[in-house]
Design a protein around this ligand. Structure first.
Ligand code: MG
Length: 262
């Protein structure tokens, strides 16, 4: 293995904190399914799934391009407010006639919620990775930018009942990238920040936030070629993985080097 100058050696990590949405839970897929069903209920003549117009609007909605969800996280609007604002943007973008571009609250709150919940699922690499980390004695937890009680319920529903440390933005007092939730999660794991890696899909919230709080930042970029181990990415100043399975390479490398030393 080539060791480039400036590449830090594999950190000695005793705990891993994961972001929840789009890191452990495939929220994007669930949102797309719920969005598709809800758009049809609101406006049966909407453009077809797979058309450029539909896909652009769906992406805009799920990725929160206009920042409505971030305003909710910052306490500037309520949960329903951000959902309806995103729905209105999407319906307008889809070309809905004016009367139909006003989201019907009952469709976009309770019915949407039931639809998205029915599609909540973990990414395939989550259960094997958590099991592998546990076998290696690594502590795990979750830090997530939403109300802790809601996210706890979500985590339990999808099979994460064993992950007992879960910090939400409300209980930590501030959302990521503020250091507060990172430090609160480390406190609950009973580890120092430098002993904890933080894995997430958001460069701004998870990766930069973790680095600023003194944790080992890991940027999850699903879809990139899988190197099978975390790779240092100098531009992001973070470790990068294409899937969660690559994380265990740190402990295996550690074990191999200890065995070598005999
Ligand atoms: Mg995320």
């Amino acid at each position: 293995m080539t060791h480039h100058p400036g590449t830090p050696s594999a950190p000695r990590v005793e705990g891993v904190l994961f972001d929840l949405d789009d890191t452990l839970l495939d929220l994007r897929t669930a949102q797309l399914a719920a969005f598709t069903a809800t758009v049809r209920r609101q406006w049966p003549q909407a453009p077809d799934v797979g058309s450029r117009r539909f896909d652009d609007a769906a992406h805009h909605f799920a990725a929160d391009v206009a920042g409505h969800y971030q305003r909710y996280v910052a306490g500037e609007t309520d949960f329903t407010g951000q959902r309806l604002a995103r729905a209105r943007d999407a319906l307008t973008q889809l070309g809905a006639p004016e009367a139909l571009a006003v989201p019907r609250p009952e469709l976009w709150t309770d019915a949407y919620e039931a639809e998205v919940r029915s599609h909540w699922a973990l990414f395939e690499d989550v259960a094997p990775t958590l099991e592998a980390l546990r076998r290696r004695g690594v502590a795990v937890g979750i830090i997530t930018n939403n109300v802790e009680a809601y996210q706890r319920g979500k985590a339990d529903t999808i099979g994460l009942t064993d992950v007992r440390v879960l910090v939400g933005s409300d209980t930590a007092g501030a959302p990521k990238p503020d250091p507060a939730p990172f430090l609160e999660a480390c406190r609950r794991l009973d580890l120092a920040p430098a002993q904890v890696a933080c894995v997430g899909d958001s460069l701004t919230h998870d990766v930069r936030g973790a680095a600023a709080a003194g944790l080992v930042p890991v940027w999850l970029r699903r879809g990139l070629p899988d190197a099978g181990r975390p790779v240092w990415e100098p531009e992001a100043a973070a470790w990068q993985v294409a899937g969660l399975g690559a994380l265990t390479a740190w402990w295996d490398a550690d074990l191999a080097s200890r065995e070598e030393m005999g």
